[in-house]
Design a protein around this ligand. Structure first.
Ligand code: SAT
Ligand code: MN
Length: 672
């Protein structure tokens, strides 16, 4: 039989299929693709299978065209330089569209600009879309990427289909997510998250293409329609803007799904309680229909009781005590480019623990039937910040990306290696280097070799300390949640919060120095509640309520801690060495989780370690008192500022419990 190798779409007629069998795809997927082919008008359709052969074929083409440069020093590693106008996430051009504005954003104070997400009305969004998408893929191939976030078919996993006209995106998606034809089988007739991505540069191009990197920075728009489980990203090829499985799906859309499933559960349980009342007073007992509804609700409430879950900007790591053999897992939420990858891959500076990574950026957390909180890493690779990474700070990362990896906006050494700030001691001082901007450069010369947000994209499976259970479909049990940020002053190395509620209030007040991961410049301290500011999928007040509600159910909630590796002294020197020495902090955290007494001291903000209980072996001199001091007036200012932030940004949506926690903390500080 002769296969039909094209699809017929209403307006543009037959579109050739470069690869794959369109007609074997699930009906819903066919419809989805046909709709977008019709709108975007690509010159061909390419249905991806995620195989090595596929990546090899694409890489070969891109090397020929000069888009990728092979880094000959390693195996199957490539460098990509983007248009310098497209180097980071663009928060100002990221939107969420829902019918009801306050589903998406909180009640921000009049005259204040909201920073916890941007809302756009459906008609406005429609207009913006119509201004961008029609014909946007002319002369380009549309790739269809079937991917799973989490192990394919796992109970917590979710499926997405991304359409994109960027082959760089396809290559990175093959590393960062599980792309496979198995996704089609698992999906069947089910629903999926619809991801549409275009670099916004149809041929013939009207905008000059720089570095063979088509993009359209002036017209970037990253838009989400949570109700429709749909993401539309236009104009950028970079990381969080274009690898739609990552921030757009696994955080923004997934947090809405996580909330909805919990709300559904709560709604059904509430209905059952209401029915119970009715049944008791006999008012509906003799009505068939009432009874039937009641039975259905009862069963449903049992099924969905534990369905509320969390999609968070968190690493997941396992720490096995070498003496007892006992292993504990923790999650940690830090803003972008604050060291999640380094902590997750930590190589301990002192013996006692075997540390292994489950995930470095995103965690999906769900309580199991026993009430234990479990986490999966929905991703399959690491998209990590390159600068600062070296064999001292993160040997595991260095070993992970020696093969099958893509480097974006790093520099290149004359002998075909990668280079970035932080590798000064690992490369010959006289080595000729080509910067990310294609300029000749040498160590010690002015300027930077790599862009501060340059990245490596590497398969997680290649990490020497990847946890054997990292792909366990039901996830790993979580004992502690840690919040943190870059706080040069005032905030101690570690403290343990007093309760789940107190911990949530601490999470709500997370702040951090701005990093290069988004468009912000300079070193200002920004609020980044729960490290989720750029990734909130819905009203932050409701999000806090969702967190608080998780404790009310029959759940064993983990302890919540706050850490700060970045405190400096008067000379601006870091007070804490960080990196491998962070194991000392985690050791204390785990001992607290195990209920060890006599190792903690109560302060107004939480428990801090007692010096004699903390592992300080071989640390040299440490300004302990300075590292752990809690300056009263700094903290009083800080709490006032945090309250102001919540009043301005979240207003009436802040749950009362959070105000109560902050008031109590303020009272404790006043008594200091
Ligand atoms: O560019 S990404 O958004 O994927 C990385 C980050 O900011 O955490
Ligand atoms: Mn991140």
């Amino acid at each position: 039989y002769y296969e039909v190798h094209n699809i017929v779409v209403p307006h543009i007629g037959p579109v050739p299929i470069a690869k794959g069998d369109f007609h074997k795809l699930p009906q819903k997927v066919q419809k989805f693709i046909a709709k977008w082919v019709d709108i975007c008008a690509p010159r061909a359709l390419y249905i991806c299978d995620g195989s090595k052969a596929e990546s090899d074929e694409i890489i070969h083409k891109l090397v020929e065209r000069g888009v990728l440069t092979e880094l000959k020093k390693y195996e199957n590693c490539f460098l990509c330089r983007t248009d310098p106008a497209d180097v980071a996430r663009v928060e100002a051009k990221t939107w969420i569209s829902t019918e009801e504005k306050y589903d998406t954003v909180p009640h921000v104070r009049e005259g204040v600009k909201g920073i916890l997400g941007q809302w756009i009305s459906p008609p406005e969004m429609e207009k913006e879309m119509n201004d961008r998408y029609p014909g946007c893929m002319k002369g380009r191939t549309m790739f269809v990427i079937p991917f799973s976030m989490g192990p394919i078919g796992g109970p917590i996993s979710k499926i997405g289909i991304q359409l994109t006209d960027s082959n760089y995106v396809l290559l990175c998606m093959n590393i960062m997510t599980r792309v496979s034809p198995k996704v089609w089988e698992t999906l069947g007739d089910g629903d999926f998250v619809k991801c549409i991505h275009s670099v916004g540069c149809p041929r013939p191009v009207t905008r000059k293409v720089v570095n063979h990197w088509p993009c359209n920075p002036e017209r970037i728009m990253i838009a989400h329609r949570p109700t429709e489980r749909e993401i539309m990203s236009y104009g950028s090829g970079y990381g969080g803007n274009s690898l739609l499985g990552k921030k757009c799906f696994a955080l923004r859309i997934a947090s809405v799904i996580a909330r909805d499933e919990g709300w559904l559960a709560e709604h059904i349980i509430a209905s059952v309680i209401a029915r119970d009342e009715e049944m008791k007073d006999g008012s509906v007992i003799d009505r068939d229909e009432g009874c039937r509804t009641y039975v259905v609700l009862r069963i449903a409430s049992v099924i969905v009781r534990d369905e509320g879950w969390l999609a968070e900007h968190m690493l997941i790591m396992g720490l096995k005590n070498d003496k007892t053999g006992e292993e504990k897992f923790i999650c940690a939420a830090f803003p972008s480019a604050c060291g999640k990858t380094n902590l997750a891959m930590l190589q301990p500076s002192v013996p006692g623990y075997t540390v292994r990574v489950v995930g470095d950026d995103i965690a999906w957390l769900k309580f199991d039937k026993e009430g234990t909180l479990r986490a999966i890493n929905p991703e399959a690779g690491f998209f990590g910040v390159a600068p600062g990474t070296n064999f001292k700070t993160n040997p595991n990362a260095m070993k992970t990306f020696q093969k099958n990896s893509i480097f974006t906006n790093v520099a290149e050494t004359a002998d075909g290696g990668f280079y970035w700030e932080g590798m000064e001691d690992e490369v010959d001082k006289n080595m000729m280097i080509t910067t990310w901007l294609n300029k000749k450069w040498q160590i010690g010369a002015p300027g930077k070799a790599a862009h501060p947000n340059s990245r490596f994209t590497a398969p997680a499976s290649q990490c020497p300390n990847i946890h054997p259970d990292w792909e366990k479909p039901e996830g790993v049990p979580i004992s502690a949640i840690i919040f943190g940020g870059r706080r040069p002053t005032g905030v101690p190395l570690v403290f343990e919060t007093f309760s789940w509620q107190h911990g949530v209030s601490v999470g709500a007040c997370v702040k951090s120095e701005a990093t290069a991961a988004a468009e912000f410049k300079g070193k200002m301290i920004m609020h980044d509640p729960m490290a989720m500011r750029p990734f909130m999928g819905y009203n932050f007040g409701n999000y806090l309520k969702h967190w608080l509600d998780l404790e009310a159910k029959p759940h064993k909630v983990p302890k919540i801690f706050h850490v700060n590796w970045f405190r400096v002294d008067e000379e601006g020197e870091f007070l804490w060495p960080g990196f491998g020495d962070n194991i000392r902090v985690l050791d204390w955290v785990l001992r607290r989780c195990a209920g060890e007494e006599g190792i903690a001291e109560k302060t107004p903000v939480g428990y801090i370690p007692k010096k004699e209980s903390f592992n300080l072996t071989n640390l040299g001199d440490l300004k302990w008192d300075e590292l752990f001091s809690i300056p009263k007036y700094y903290w009083l200012d800080d709490i006032r500022e945090s309250k102001r932030f919540l009043e301005d940004q979240v207003g009436t949506d802040v749950p009362q419990v959070i105000w109560d926690e902050l008031d109590e903390q303020e009272k404790r500080l006043r008594e200091l």
